[in-house]
Design a binder for this molecule. Structure first.
Ligand code: ATP
Length: 309
């Protein structure tokens, strides 16, 4: 088995409205997978089906090889954090975790201490969680999801209630979980996905528009753009660079003394040849070629292209 989450031809209708449309998706074991899509794309609906809070109209899904069913057997393999997690307000954070642990065998007390520390709420562990802020509830939710050391953790917009510091801490925690569990999370913050996720899955109007390893997706959209950094450059060199056959456009991205960074645009099919010509050009002009590589597009730009297509 190589998939932690396997979704097959999943559809969901609310009356006449089809919100998930024949979705199939494999989330590789051990990966951190960002689940993206504009508002209303169907991310939360998919997540609710995966955790057993909603039934699909048709199709199926497996978590860690166990079919998602009403009986909820798959939940043994699953930790889940809702978009705005809520707890019994009269319980302290520690009691919430102890209560969650009581549903599983052999959760040592040290694990609860460790989780409280790990999500950054150890200081508030003995306070009633009715007094917790949205960000603190989110952290407690993550700790609760991890109590049973699940094979898969699903988080619905885990950093939406966080301030920038808290967001960075939670991202660090999610990064830390790599190798320990599979993380599948929905978000609108594409910059985080770009930094954190090995995989992305993009949903639009209930349909999967793209799933790929993040690096592969970013690499595949360079579309003939190159980043070239030359030491010893000047305006004359810039003009000569523009004359290289096959180069359509050259813009100066940065300039520090005689180290100039260029964005070079060529036809996609000529990129490798252009890279070779630039290497030769630098040698002929006695320049130091510091960089000569495809310019990756940001995930945000790729996302917008895919969604608007
Ligand atoms: N219980 C429901 N009854 C009817 N329609 C619903 C219900 N729940 C969700 N929807 C609709 O399903 C669609 C998908 O909603 P969903 O919450 O899954 O999107 P999302 O991608 O999570 O959006 P967001 O990023 O805004 O959280 C929306 O059109 C929403 O209005």
């Amino acid at each position: 088995m190589t998939s932690a989450i396997s979704i097959s031809n999943l559809s969901k209708n609310y009356g006449k409205l089809q919100v998930i449309d024949n979705l199939s998706l494999e989330v590789p074991l051990g990966s951190v997978c960002g689940f993206l899509g504009p508002n209303g794309a169907g991310k939360s609906t998919t997540i609710k089906i995966l955790v057993g809070l909603s039934n699909p109209t048709s199709g199926s899904a497996n978590i860690n090889g166990v079919p998602v069913t009403k009986t909820g057997l798959h939940r043994r393999h699953l930790g889940y954090v809702a978009q705005d997690p809520r707890f019994y307000g009269w319980m302290t954070g520690r009691e919430v975790l102890e209560y969650a642990a009581s549903y599983h065998s052999n959760v040592p007390k040290s694990r609860i201490d460790n989780l409280l520390e790990r999500v950054g709420i150890a200081d508030a562990a003995n306070r009633r969680c009715s007094n917790y802020s949205g960000g603190m509830r989110q952290r407690l939710g993550i700790a609760q999801a991890l109590v049973s050391k699940p094979a898969v953790v699903i988080l619905d917009e885990p950093v939406s209630a966080m301030d920038p510091v808290g967001r960075a801490e939670i991202l660090e925690l999610m990064r830390d979980l790599r190798g320990e569990t599979t993380v599948f999370y929905s978000t609108h913050i594409l910059e985080d996905v770009e930094r954190l996720s090995d995989y992305v899955a993009i949903l639009n109007r209930g349909k999967l528009v793209k799933t790929a390893p993040t690096k592969q997706l970013l690499g595949s959209y360079s579309k003939g753009a190159l980043k070239v950094v030359l030491r010893g450059a000047n305006n004359v060199i810039t003009n000569s660079l523009k004359q290289i056959p096959g180069i359509n456009n050259v813009t100066i991205a940065e300039q520090h003394g005689d180290v100039w960074t260029y964005n070079v645009q060529a036809s996609e099919e000529w990129v490798m040849q252009i890279q070779r010509l630039i290497t030769r050009f630098a040698a002929e002009q006695n320049l130091t070629l510091i960089r000569n590589e495809p310019l990756e597009m940001s995930l945000e730009k790729i996302f917008l292209q895919l969604i608007e297509a």
